[in-house]
Write a protein that binds this ligand. Structure first.
Ligand SMILES: Nc1ncnc2c1ncn2[C@@H]1O[C@H](COP(=O)(O)OP(=O)(O)OP(=O)(O)O)[C@@H](O)[C@H]1O
Length: 222
């Protein structure tokens, strides 16, 4: 569950800010975030993930007040509880697809890379049609395959919260549907909350709620 109250954030030295009086998303919710370019969709996801800290207000995820954690605790929270598919994917080009998928387990002590995790990585690759690409480098993949690899990496730790930032951008319709359905199915299986930023209005019927961040949020706006 995500609960936001009186959130305000401004990038240092910038006029751009995000203000959100109230937002509540139930555990297992499947929510699309829309809004024009530059509206603050990525910024909101980063605030929820604890990558950015609000200037004021509280953000709670599954009962944890992310905004009150110190840097180390916030990092651990993010690593173990949040799967983030970044807009730029952030795959490392010198690592194979398999090593990219398990990378968070190699660099974070709170995650333990054992045989079960390796098997799960292969299973995810299988489900996403990447089984025969695990030894390839990201630059040897198509954009859709790279996007699916980033999704596998985000889902590997079976996070309670999945944040996807334009995970289907630049994909053809078939691949778009494949990636978004993968995210939705994985979220359903674990009863995770899914927040997906999208510019693609054709995908909106797949979600149970759409938040337009230009519109006022909160109980009075529901
Ligand atoms: N690190 C930063 N420092 C200062 N300003 C930033 C920073 N990152 C983003 N911004 C500004 O914040 C605003 C919102 O950016 P954000 O990436 O959240 O928008 P968005 O809605 O996700 O846009 P898009 O749909 O184009 O991805 C933009 O005006 C952007 O220039």
């Amino acid at each position: 569950m995500i609960e936001i109250e009186n959130l305000s954030f401004r990038y240092p030295g910038s006029r751009f800010g995000v203000a959100l009086p109230a937002l509540r998303i139930e555990r297992g919710g499947r929510v699309a975030i829309i809004g024009p370019s530059g509206a603050g969709k990525t910024t909101l996801l980063k605030l929820i993930a604890g990558i950015l800290s609000p200037d004021e207000g509280t953000i709670r995820v599954d009962g944890v007040t992310v905004s009150a954690l110190d840097d180390g605790a916030r990092r651990n929270f993010r690593i173990s509880r949040v799967g983030f598919v970044f807009q730029e994917l952030e795959l490392l080009d010198y690592l194979s697809v398999f090593d990219n998928i398990v990378h968070p387990y190699r660099i974070n002590r709170v995650l333990k890379l054992d045989q079960g995790v390796r098997d799960r990585a292969r299973e995810l690759a299988e489900q996403t049609g990447l089984a025969d690409k695990l030894a390839a480098l990201p630059r040897e993949l198509s954009q859709g395959e790279r996007q699916r690899a980033a999704v596998c990496r985000a889902l590997l730790a079976e996070p309670g919260l999945v944040l996807a930032d334009e995970a289907t951008g630049n994909l053809d319709p078939a691949n778009k549907l494949r990636v978004i359905e993968l995210l939705i199915r994985a979220a359903e299986r674990k009863r995770s909350t899914l927040l997906a930023v999208t510019h693609d209005h054709e995908l909106l019927p797949l979600f149970d709620r759409v938040i337009d961040i230009r519109q006022p949020q909160g109980p009075e706006a529901e």
